[in-house]
Design a protein around this ligand. Structure first.
Ligand code: SF4
Length: 439
């Protein structure tokens, strides 16, 4: 979605843009090279994630050596490790912020061969010197053009739980005002888009791109109750029938809101539940009770909205007993889907801080530099359970949740189950057709 925003900003600034989503298209380096050769870009802007930065830099080096473009890197890795990013000899610029403000200014300056020193949110080399400019300011989200969906094949985007043909994601807000210890969203200032602006994008999705379902990427969609109610009313008033999905906290919805959500097309809500043990939840600064979670999940199911619960295994102070509480709690709720994830030392979280304290080094940087590390270095360091034990409990949680006659019956009789199956079959057939056609 970030690249689609960049594309629309650059188009607005008068540039000709192409978007290559190599992950979705399963593009090989050879296929990407062909596209670059055909298009002949002066500038390439590529996302670099924190999981496999070394291989991404290496692929970009091969492309740059062959086609001699100016290379801009953006994304999680450059934002967290700007110096390490720019030290790659083939990287010309890296974006140290989200880039929504900087990218048109930077590409204009490159095209016009102007000085880049006054463009905020970038890092680059000048001779032997590395120049890092001021922090990028926040942009007004309402002033952004809508993502350039015309540059991608909207038919191929989906999730395992999408019910309709075609699907997209939308950003209605950034960041989160809560302060859960394990989450990095609190590091992003909370910013919202105007409801009218979001509805206008949804109308465009429907009318211009034939999209029938969307997922809001907002960490917490219903932070502001009045705004949520207004959104539902305005979406209904627009006359556009759209299925939509969002993530939120169980204490930020109520029965009246759930009725309005369901009436405006909300087909699934993802709740961060995290643990079935109150001591663990309090330790994570979740500021919610298990009783509230149970009440909300039941109300959501009553409104025939699918309910997805996120759980974490390996929380601060986690014990075998607290994991058992989590599995039992998940089984006690009328959830349609549950995900059990091992807590990870992601950046800007207490889990990462404790990892830094314990090892006196950053495991992500070690991973980038190819320094081997044991699996136990990647586990949360504030539980006595080993990686092997945590993984075994995750498998047990999945079995305990999904392999139950009651669960199977619930899903067999659930209104959206046929849609999930039909959508998966259709997308598989489409991908096969595209592969046969060599696209
Ligand atoms: S876990 Fe959810 S509520 Fe907590 S800070 Fe992150 S996004 Fe916000």
């Amino acid at each position: 979605m970030g690249l689609l925003y960049y594309a629309s900003l650059l188009k607005k600034a008068g540039h000709t843009v192409r978007v290559i989503d190599s992950e979705m298209n399963g593009s090989s380096l050879r296929k990407i090279s062909r596209t670059i050769k055909e298009f002949g870009p002066q500038v390439v802007c590529s996302s670099i994630n924190v999981f496999s930065p070394a291989s991404e830099f290496s692929a970009l080096k091969k492309l740059k050596d062959a086609f001699k473009f100016t290379l801009i890197c953006r994304g999680h890795f450059p934002r967290i490790y700007p110096e390490e990013t720019i030290q790659n000899s083939h990287v010309d610029f890296a974006l140290t912020g989200k880039g929504l403000f900087s990218i048109p200014l930077l590409v204009n300056a490159i095209e016009q061969k102007k000085d880049t020193g006054n463009i905020p949110g970038i890092i680059y080399k000048q001779g032997r010197q590395i120049i890092r400019t001021a922090e990028e300011p926040l942009v007004d989200l309402n002033a952004l053009p809508f993502p350039a969906r015309e540059l991608i094949d909207n038919r191929i985007y989906t999730t395992a739980l999408t019910t309709a043909d075609r699907f997209t994601t939308v950003i209605g807000s950034l960041g989160c005002p809560y302060q859960c210890t394990y989450c990095q969203e609190k590091n992003t200032p909370y910013q919202t888009r105007d409801v009218n602006n979001i509805v206008a994008e949804i109308v465009e999705c429907k009318r211009k791109f034939g999209i029938n379902e969307l997922f809001f990427l907002d960490p917490i969609f219903t932070v502001d109750r009045a705004r949520t109610m207004d959104f539902c009313a305005k979406l209904n008033k627009s006359g556009v029938r759209m299925k939509w999905v969002m993530r939120t906290r169980a204490d930020l919805v109520d029965e009246e809101m759930l009725s309005l959500l369901a009436g405006s097309g909300c087909v699934k809500i993802h709740y961060g539940i995290e643990s079935g043990n109150q001591r663990i939840l309090d330790g994570l600064n979740r500021q919610i009770t298990l009783g509230k979670v149970k009440e909300t999940v039941k109300l959501t199911a009553k409104k025939h909205i699918a309910v997805f619960g996120y759980f974490m295994i390996g929380n601060t102070g986690e014990t075998v007993e607290s994991i058992q509480d989590t599995i039992a709690f998940a089984r006690s709720l009328p959830l349609n889907f549950a995900q059990f994830m091992k807590v990870a030392p992601i950046h800007y979280t207490d889990v990462h801080k404790r990892s830094l304290d314990k090892f006196k080094s950053d495991i992500w940087l070690e991973h980038y530099k190819g320094i081997p590390g044991s699996a136990d270095k990647w586990k949360p360091q504030d539980t006595g359970l080993s990686t092997k034990e945590l993984n075994a409990w995750i498998r047990r949680a999945y079995r305990g949740f999904y392999l139950r006659p009651g669960y199977l019956w619930r899903m067999l009789t659930f209104r959206y189950t046929p849609f999930y199956i039909i959508r998966q079959l259709k997308i598989a057939a489409l991908l096969l057709r595209l592969r046969i056609a060599g696209r």
